[in-house]
Design a protein around this ligand. Structure first.
Ligand code: GN1
Ligand code: MG
Length: 362
């Protein structure tokens, strides 16, 4: 492995000579290493991109490159200091100048390591407010990007497409599991019309797609030593989507009082303190560009993501667990029930959510 890593970094022009290459962090998808260099030269992060999940590495890296260079220009124009710590910097390879290198088997990329930066794992009102601010600001900086970005995972958050996958699974019923899940299928079906409204509004020209992060977890932002937000990281899923993706998916994970696969379904509940803090942070940086229709539909976004995740987990259960890793046979069914319960809790809190948003904007 050491030899492989050493030969890979030779295809990128790094400042300073390489001292050591060691594993970094605990990511579940890509393999990440820190490349330490001698003397004052910056250190680097080397990643092997998981091309089984991200099959279109070229689109993915084009998106990331467009987005980071746009943000850099924005920060420069605003006269920001310390820009190298406020946006990721990728290094082109020295063979064909692309921002990744394909060695015939694997895809690699290199970015400049940001020193003295930290991530946090804990979701609480304080970190949620910061996350809202950071992800809202990320979208805000990208509102005027003049680049034709593509979906690196086509139809990733397209609810009509996810329902079609469910219907195909139900029709095929390869494991004979449909009869057992009929009650929850019916519940999901009842909401299908409402939950696909974003796609309809988009077709009618009323709802825009914007550049979104699409993986808005609390640990995907970096802070300096004083606790100030530096930047948003983990840009693999950056692509055009409805702003609902970033708003809704954070709340799906952050505001669930339990983990998404906790079997103690009765205790699953939507945490309004996290909702309030995240929404406050998000609106503070995003209200300048959001349209009235986008704002009106933030509670819809909070419902859409548990719904979409329930549909995706149930589809996988019916298909015989081919997409999500499972630890026991009913794992995907438990996840489905958990997400459905979260959805019901969101539905119950919707009037309160509307009121809070209206107050914040008054
Ligand atoms: C997957 O691997 P992870 O946890 O970042 C999935 C998300 C789901 C999530 C549910 C590429 O994300 O869309 O919301 O599982 N990512 C992909 O746990 O399918
Ligand atoms: Mg991450």
């Amino acid at each position: 492995m050491k030899e492989l890593l050493n030969s890979v970094v030779k295809h990128f022009d790094l400042k300073g000579s390489v001292d050591s290459i060691k594993p970094l962090g605990n990511g579940l998808i890509n393999d990440t290493y820190i490349v330490k260099t001698e003397g004052d030269a910056p250190d680097y992060v080397l990643q092997r991109i998981n091309h089984h999940i991200f099959t279109d590495v070229d689109t993915l890296m084009t998106n990331i490159q467009e987005v980071t260079s746009h943000i850099r220009k924005k920060l420069e124009a605003a006269g920001e200091s310390d820009i190298d710590r406020k946006v990721l910097t990728f290094v082109p390879n020295n063979v064909d100048g692309k921002y990744y290198f394909f060695d015939g088997e694997n895809y690699w990329r290199v970015m400049v390591f940001i020193p003295n930066a930290h991530t946090f794992e804990a979701v609480n009102p304080g970190s949620s407010r910061n996350a809202g601010k950071a992800f809202g600001n990320f979208q805000a900086m990208l509102v005027d990007i003049d680049a034709d970005l593509k979906e690196s995972i086509p139809d990733f958050h397209n609810m009509e497409f996810r329902l079609k996958q469910l219907h195909d699974a139900v029709e095929a019923d390869p494991e004979g599991r449909v009869a057992e899940v009929k009650p929850i299928l019916d519940e999901l079906e009842k909401r299908a019309e409402e939950m696909t409204k974003a796609e309809r509004l988009y077709r009618e020209g009323k709802l825009p797609k914007r550049i979104c992060h699409c993986d808005t977890k609390v640990n995907n932002m970096m802070f300096d030593d004083e606790g100030n937000i530096l930047c948003v990281i983990d840009l693999d899923t950056v692509m055009p989507s409805f702003i609902f993706s970033d708003y809704g998916d954070f709340l799906r994970t952050g505001a669930n009082k339990l983990a998404e696969d906790d079997p103690d379904i009765d205790r699953v509940e939507f945490d309004m303190d996290i909702f309030k803090a995240f929404t406050e942070g998000y609106l503070s940086s995003a209200k300048g560009f959001l349209t009235p229709l986008e704002i009106e539909n933030l509670p819809y976004a909070a419902a859409l993501f548990p719904y979409m995740q329930a549909v995706r987990f149930l589809t996988d259960y019916i298909n015989g667990d081919t997409y999500y890793k499972i630890k026991y046979p009913e794992h995907n069914l438990v996840r489905t029930r958990n997400q459905f319960k979260l959805l019901q809790s969101v539905e119950a809190h919707t009037p309160e959510m509307r009121e809070f948003i209206a107050q914040k904007l008054a």
